[in-house]
Design a protein around this ligand. Structure first.
Ligand code: FAD
Length: 598
């Protein structure tokens, strides 16, 4: 059976030694996140994830969700009780403002807890995850009455949330959506239409489900400019705040799918359901973007989680599985064979995953902290810079962490040989579960287009210029430091390649947009590698400092950091050259064949 251990020490290293959490002390909520509080939260979240949520991962996969004749959905055995634990622990609303019953702690804490929960059980973690996204949309766009009606119960997790965008004929191109909203005398709307693939659309773990639904108000313009966002509760909310009569929304069926069986993926039928506008009419996509941006980062984290949990199990297996002898001489003469961890190719596999995971976690936390600055700082300039960072890094985190997370789950499965392909070790579940992360919240090809087509040129390239400036300042500052050379020199080279790729788009994509589309996925991965290398350079610096100042029992971990970072620079980062070359080859060949020739 697979196991999971939450990387508490690694997170503490990042928060304390790499990103210096104390520097954020002037932001609201951060003064409450003292080192003691953070440690207590991390340890409790780790315990809950490891002991309560992880054991349900396999159960959820085998049992799945069941739709009953009345349209209700039963979640797998144990999910309900575990969700109750989540509510009682106050985990859902840990970063929600205190006025709505949350703890007001940094959103970065929620990101960390999301990692632990999703590593333990991706399907289960989606129920609170979607609720947090819906809370964010309500916080940003809700009227005071709407906030008062919905937020307190969603903050506790007694009520959960969903996001309803997709329809049978449109997922990426939402401009085509047909769900209709008809205005009523009392200011509400009657919503009619079918939404598909709605995660957590119906289940038995909460007293109410608050659906956020995209629909077109009768008479509104065609395309994306005529889309509005509506709040459609499963049960109407009574004056005393309790759930009342049933609204006209029902789960028509649930999908049979490749993975995340413990999460109900529903067809939702809206049959004249009553909804209320959230935000402005015809600006629904803007409002939904608040939720989608949160969700995109969270899905990036999901990619990391399946890579992490698959890695942990592969590393354990590699230490135990005896097969063959080391080519450099027998390592375990007392045993019939050496453990497979002696073989360089197994080490290559494990270190590729490990070096990605640790840097990806850093990239997520760095960006989550910027997210807190963007939402909480009183300094307008700092807010804008942080917002730029978020806009630029969100598609990179979503796309790169999920593409690589899936590839890593497959690589970790390979460490098990045939035993990874059968169900017993749980490795094939990680592969199946990881796969969806590349598809939902905007398929990864769309993330790459968002990065190249929208984010690079926005505000005269302000965000990318700031990113280049930050990385080159680090390279300049530490370039002459002998100990840092193995990290800084390759980072500098890779940065130059990213700059060349950016310049190539500027010169070649305006006149021929297909050049941007043809190179966008490579660009996203090139960007991701540079960002991950930047994380490694900073982690190496922090590890060296720690070793110099007495690492207090973490010597071995810090030395391992330095080796793992060096591996990343030597073996992972060189892929940037191939990405650059592919980008520079342009779109001509790929666009030459007629559609019939495929
Ligand atoms: C398990 C699961 C859970 C989901 N949860 C939710 C949910 O909770 N709420 C919700 O609203 N939706 C949800 N979805 C839907 C999901 O977000 C969509 O499936 C996804 O956005 C892709 O839309 P689509 O399936 O219609 O694919 P399409 O839009 O048809 O795209 C097909 C392919 O074409 C590519 N493509 C499309 N347009 C372009 C373009 N202009 N340029 C280049 N490539 C392009 C895409 O990248 C994709 O690879 C879920 C889906 C699944 C499977």
């Amino acid at each position: 059976m697979p196991t999971y251990k939450a990387p508490v020490e690694d997170v503490q290293f990042l928060l304390n030694d790499v990103f210096h959490l104390e520097r954020y002390g002037n932001l609201p909520g951060f003064s409450d996140a003292s080192p003691d509080v953070v440690t207590a939260i991390l340890e409790e979240a780790a315990k809950f994830s490891e002991e309560v949520v992880q054991p349900l991962n396999r159960v959820g996969d085998l049992e799945g969700c069941k739709r009953n004749a009345d349209g209700s959905v039963t979640t797998p055995k144990g999910f309900k009780e575990a969700f109750k634990g989540l509510v009682e622990g106050g985990w859902v609303g840990i970063s929600v403002p205190t006025e709505f019953g949350g703890q007001g702690l940094p959103s970065t804490m929620t990101t960390i807890i999301t990692e632990f929960l999703a590593s333990a059980n991706l399907a289960f973690s989606m129920y609170p995850g979607l609720t947090q996204g819906a809370i964010a949309a309500l916080l940003h766009h809700g009227t005071p009455e709407q906030k008062k009606s919905y937020l307190p119960k969603m903050t506790t997790g007694e009520w959960t949330g969903t996001m309803n965008l997709t329809e049978p004929h449109c997922g990426t191109d939402l401009g085509m959506l047909r769900t209709k909203a008809v205005p009523q005398q009392d200011g509400s709307y009657k919503i009619t239409g079918t939404k598909i693939f709605i995660a957590a659309g119906e289940h038995d773990m909460a007293d109410n489900i608050i659906h956020l639904v995209l629909a077109r108000i009768e008479g509104a313009p065609e395309g994306t400019k005529g889309i509005s966002l509506f709040i459609v509760p499963k049960f109407f909310v009574e004056a005393d705040g309790s759930p009342g009569a049933r609204n006209g929304v029902i789960c028509g069926s649930i999908e049979h799918k490749m993975g995340i069986h413990g999460n109900s993926t529903c067809v939702m039928n809206y049959d004249g359901a009553t909804g209320w506008l959230l935000g402005e009419a015809n600006k629904g996509l803007n409002a939904m973007f608040t939720m989608m941006n949160e969700a995109r980062l969270a899905v990036g984290v999901q990619g990391l989680t399946q890579s992490e949990v698959a890695y942990q199990n592969a590393a354990i297996y590699a230490r135990e599985r005896l097969q063959g002898r080391s080519i450099s001489g027998v390592k375990s003469p007392d045993k019939p064979a050496d453990p497979i961890i002696v073989h360089p190719d197994i080490r290559r596999t494990l270190l590729s995953i490990k070096s990605f995971n640790e840097a990806a976690r850093a990239l997520v936390l760095w960006t989550a902290l910027r997210g807190d600055v963007a939402h909480r700082s009183e300094d307008a300039k700092a807010r804008q810079a942080a917002d730029d960072h978020m806009g630029l890094l969100t598609p990179v985190i979503k796309g790169v962490l999920t593409d690589t997370g899936f590839a890593n789950a497959v690589a970790a499965q390979q460490v098990f040989g045939g035993h990874g392909y059968i169900g017993e070790h749980g490795m094939e579940q990680f592969v199946r579960d990881a796969r969806i992360t590349m598809i939902y919240e905007g398929a990864n090809g769309i993330q790459a287009l968002d990065l190249v087509g929208r984010k690079l040129g926005r505000d005269g390239g302000r965000a990318i210029t700031a990113f280049f400036g930050e990385v080159s300042a680090f390279v300049k500052e530490h370039g002459a430091d002998e100990a840092m050379k193995p990290y800084v020199a390759p980072l500098g080279e890779a940065l130059a390649q990213l700059q060349q790729a950016t310049m190539w788009f500027m010169q070649n994509a305006m006149k021929k947009p297909d050049n941007a589309g043809a190179g966008s996925t490579d660009y996203m991965h090139l960007f991701g590698l540079v960002a991950l290398a930047f994380m490694w350079a900073q982690m190496a610096k922090a590890a060296q400092e720690k070793l110099k100042n007495g690492a207090n029992g973490s010597e071995e971990r810090m030395k391992a950091k330095l080796v793992t970072g060096k591996f990343f620079m030597e073996r992972m980062l060189p892929e940037t050259a191939a990405h650059l070359k592919r980008i520079q080859s342009g779109s001509d060949t790929m666009m030459e064949l007629a559609a019939e020739a495929f």
